[in-house]
Design a protein around this ligand. Structure first.
Ligand code: PLP
Length: 422
């Protein structure tokens, strides 16, 4: 965009944003401590305007640039942007059973977490894989690795891992289990962009990994997602699946000309259309620049609030992070202890009334959701850890900005309730 114009546009947009901020600050809000806050600024909006004004709105150069920067920070050679984290999960699942990739066969068993966002499972089921739930460690909120090993049977071929709430799993142990039993590993990193295990980014351990850029995530493209992997031919399967199975969507495949087939409309496989827009990719490019500051601010806020929470460790505890892990805190998940003198429901009702937005830890024990009655494979008894998370777990937001004052107010609210109960 022409710089003279950009400066004028910048001023106009800034004044529109200031107006909205003023309107918002004069409008009573239900929550003074919401789950998430707007994390984009004028640079992201200018990128969007630039795409619109240059008539470059469908997937193109900015998407390629965003993909390449994203791959670089995650130690992977290939990144494929899509329109949501769920679409990323969907393409990974379909690529696994794809005629061309042939990594898994329909009907193969894949072990999945019992506490996670459900599209991680739906995608695998839609692709014809048989999911089996593994129990959850109520301290880390990730898969219970002892139960994982116990659940491995003759039909098990793969593991679909999640690093929930930004908390890296013990990847030494997961990889040892995969090697011992010859299992394929995929990672759902939709809640863990920037997290590391022993200095290595999560998502770079398995054969493919998914990310989400929904509004409340570590970076946002409004809606959006990404797949990363290291294998060129697998990455092209994702590109075909992303765009109709269309030959020209591939980056590394050079299809032979076929008589009677116009190369512009050649289809190599089946596929969806889950492409992102340039507007989303432009947003992402700007957001990636902010990611290191966002994540370190999130960490500082958690550590600050943890100092307060530690005074009540007999009543409630923050999610535990392994010594070798760097958590990219997605939120502040808290588990009430068994001896806690009040119920989760009464505490959450109090917080909500005081303007603190709360949530259960995603879907809780997934087997308790009504959808599981529809599918026999989703019925799994004895998920004791997932039950603890379901019954005693909840989360509040953690924001990517300096928040000491708000966190002080939050601890006062916690204290007011706790004092009345003990
Ligand atoms: C673990 C996990 N997987 C998948 C998704 C789906 O991402 P999206 O909302 O972008 O579809 C989410 C969304 O929050 C998630 O938390």
């Amino acid at each position: 965009m022409n710089l003279n114009h950009t400066n004028k546009i910048r001023e106009s947009i800034q004044s529109l944003m200031n107006e909205s901020l003023e309107v918002n600050s004069n409008t009573p809000q239900k929550y003074w401590y919401p789950l998430s806050m707007v994390s984009y600024d004028i640079e992201e909006i200018l990128e969007a305007v630039d795409s619109l004004c240059s008539f470059q709105t469908t997937m193109g150069k900015k998407t390629l640039q965003f993909e390449s920067k994203f791959a670089e920070i995650n130690n992977c050679s290939e990144a494929i942007m899509v329109n949501s984290g769920s679409s990323a999960d969907l393409l990974i699942a379909f690529a696994l059973v794809n005629q061309q990739a042939k990594l898994l066969n329909k009907g193969d068993e894949i072990l999945v977490p019992s506490v996670t966002w459900p599209t991680q499972l739906w995608s695998l089921m839609m692709a014809g894989l048989k999911v089996r739930f593994v129990d959850t460690d109520p301290n880390t909120l990730n898969m219970d690795l002892n139960d994982l090993e116990n659940k491995i049977g003759p039909k098990t071929r793969a593991i679909s891992l999640v690093h929930l709430m930004g908390n890296p799993c013990n990847m030494d142990r997961v990889l040892a289990i995969c090697n011992k039993h010859n299992l394929i590993l995929i990672e759902d990193c939709c809640e863990s962009l920037g997290a590391k295990f022993k200095g290595k980014p999560v998502g770079s351990f398995g054969i493919a990994s998914s990310y989400s850029f929904f509004f409340s995530h570590h970076i946002t493209t409004m809606e959006g997602g990404m797949i990363i992997c290291k294998d060129e031919s697998l990455s092209d399967q994702f590109r075909l699946l992303r765009a109709h199975g269309w030959a020209r969507a591939a980056k590394h495949i050079e299809p032979e000309p076929i008589e009677g087939i116009d190369p512009r409309y050649m289809f190599l496989n089946w596929g969806f259309n889950v492409r992102p827009t340039e507007i989303q990719a432009g947003f992402g490019l700007e957001q990636l620049k902010r990611l290191p500051t966002f994540n370190s601010q999130r960490l500082q806020n958690v550590l600050y609030f943890k100092k307060y929470l530690n005074q009540h460790s007999d009543i409630m505890r923050l999610m535990e992070v392994l010594p070798d892990a760097e958590c990219s805190w997605f939120a502040m998940p808290i588990i009430l202890t068994q001896d806690c003198p009040f119920t989760k429901d009464e505490f959450l009702a109090f917080l909500e009334e005081k303007g603190v937005e709360t949530r259960p830890i995603v879907a809780g024990n997934l087997t308790r959701q009504p959808v599981c009655e529809l599918y026999p494979e989703l019925q799994e008894p004895n998920l004791k850890g997932a039950d603890i998370v379901h019954e005693r777990g909840f989360y509040i937001g953690v924001h990517p900005f300096e928040a000491k004052k708000n966190l002080d107010r939050l601890s006062e609210i916690f204290e007011e309730f706790i004092k009345n109960k003990i």
